[in-house]
Design a protein around this ligand. Structure first.
Ligand code: NAD
Length: 267
């Protein structure tokens, strides 16, 4: 029996990067996966083709896969996303709040549009999806699992990325609050905080050898992580092997949060 056999999972932003790897890992472990994707003319480079590709990989593994289009920052979209999955499959066991964006700018030059959009996708989006998942878990009884994707910047400051760091810190607090509020109803809420992972969000440095060396120089294990290494931790946290874990953030960062600069004592 596979660890996630027959579980129904909804992953936001699931057609690329960490979300895509997580969708595939969950199918490898026997789960049916609903992949939310968002494509807008102004924001996403995600095509329907990419999303369909991710969905085919689920089905190739003998699991059910479905695509649900929608912007997680939009309340009506989120309600529709859940309606579509519940209409098709009747229940959801695991929600993964993975969708996220970032915007880089010195803070004194940051536009409010950029600030608002990062907070809307990363924090409001996770709140809206969590609220919908909790309503469903309470309606059907029997609990459920919510997993969040924050970042090492849940706790590490990131100059020129103030809204990103603020959204991820907020998401960490949201996860802990929901874990405490709904523990009595069998709902577990945990968070994975990745370090530097090779995905489309990091194209800018990952494809530039000098910048890549700079980034990896700060990582005690000496390399960027792979999306599959994050997917593995999501799969563990979704499974019954993590039945006694709730309200936690697990840092999956090659030791980045250990502060590499202090590795060699100087006095
Ligand atoms: P990615 O850009 O491939 O994934 C982000 C996904 O979110 C994309 O599929 C995108 O289309 C989707 N998305 C964006 N706005 C959306 C919206 N409004 N509604 C629904 N979906 C939307 O990059 P990734 O690295 O796989 O990022 C996934 C998550 O991991 C993000 O939350 C990111 O902050 C987090 N993270 C990534 C890293 C890293 O180094 N790659 C590190 C820490 C945290």
């Amino acid at each position: 029996m596979k660890r996630l056999e027959g579980k129904n999972v909804l992953i936001t932003g699931g057609s690329t990067g960490i979300g895509r790897s997580t969708a595939i890992r969950f199918a490898d472990e026997g789960a049916n996966v609903a992949i939310n994707y968002h494509a807008s003319e102004t924001e996403a480079e995600i095509t329907l083709g990419e999303a369909q590709g991710a969905c085919s990989l689920i089905r190739e593994r003998g699991c059910k896969g479905m695509l649900v289009q929608g912007d997680v920052a939009n309340e009506e979209d989120v309600k529709r996303i859940f309606d579509e999955v519940l209409k098709a499959w009747g229940r959801i066991d695991v929600l993964i709040n993975n969708a996220g964006i970032q915007a880089a700018s010195p803070t004194h030059e940051m536009s409010m549009d950029a600030y608002d959009r990062v907070l809307a996708v990363n924090l409001r989006g996770a709140f809206l999806c969590s609220r919908e998942a909790i309503r469903h878990f309470l309606d059907r009884g029997g609990g459920g699992v919510i997993l969040n994707n924050t970042s090492v910047h849940e706790t590490m400051p990131k100059p020129q990325y103030a809204p990103y760091a603020a959204s991820k810190a907020g998401l960490g607090a949201l996860g802990k609050t929901l874990a405490l509020e709904y523990a009595g109803q069998g709902i577990r809420v945990n968070t994975v905080a990745p370090g530097a992972i090779r995905t489309p969000i990091n194209r800018e440095w990952a494809e530039d050898p000098e910048k890549k060396a700079l980034v990896e120089g700060h990582i005690p294990l000496g390399r960027a992580g792979e999306p599959e290494e994050i997917a593995a931790v999501f799969a563990f946290l979704a499974s019954d092997e993590a039945a006694y874990i709730t309200g936690q953030t697990i840092y999956v960062d090659g030791g980045l949060t250990l502060c590499n600069d202090f590795r060699t004592p100087w006095s």
